[in-house]
Design a protein around this ligand. Structure first.
Ligand code: FES
Ligand code: FES
Length: 163
């Protein structure tokens, strides 16, 4: 079986798998990285949302062969030392209910805030509309994104790391 090497949360990993194995299966079943959740398996719920070279993507529809040589970041690798400001905002706004969708929500929110540090409600709705939450935490998600945006803007103005 072929082996595919990539950087996962800052560490080089190699995984032997069929070329068309969805990355989500490689992460969860072969590499023990279970933050990205299996919701639909067809790219429509957002539960598995992670980052590929810094951009949000859906590992359930990404063949493992396609990530060779790339950098994959899951919720486990987001924070570095300490929690990411988006994770801190999630806690402050008490966003999670059952929690299942939340890793994907957070990864989508980080991707949005990397492009737009002052998102309007419409910007948030547009960026987050494909991340489904069966518990209906959308109002708190929006509040947490705005809270994180404020913190990240202050960091950017102060010249510190906004990740
Ligand atoms: S499990 Fe990947 S988008 Fe639903
Ligand atoms: S918190 Fe339960 S699905 Fe979103």
């Amino acid at each position: 079986m072929p082996a595919y090497q990539f950087i996962l949360n800052g560490q080089t990993v190699s995984v032997e798998a069929p070329a068309d194995l969805p990355l989500l299966w490689a992460l969860r079943d072969l590499l023990g990285v279970t933050g990205p959740k299996y919701g639909c398996g067809v790219g429509v719920c957002g539960a598995c949302t992670s980052h590929l070279d810094g951009e949000a993507f859906r590992p359930c529809i990404q063949p493992v062969s396609g990530v060779a040589g790339t950098q994959v970041t899951t919720i486990e690798g987001l924070g570095g030392p300490g929690l990411h400001p988006v994770q801190q905002a999630w806690i402050a706004e008490d966003v999670a209910q059952c929690g299942f969708c939340q890793p994907g929500q957070i990864m989508a929110a980080v991707s949005l805030l990397r492009k737009n540090l002052d998102p309007t409600d419409a910007d948030i709705d547009a960026a987050m509309s494909d991340n489904v939450c069966r518990c209906g935490t959308y109002v708190r998600i929006r509040a947490a994104i705005k809270r994180a945006a404020r913190v990240l803007r202050e960091k950017a103005e102060g010249g510190t790391d906004t990740r």
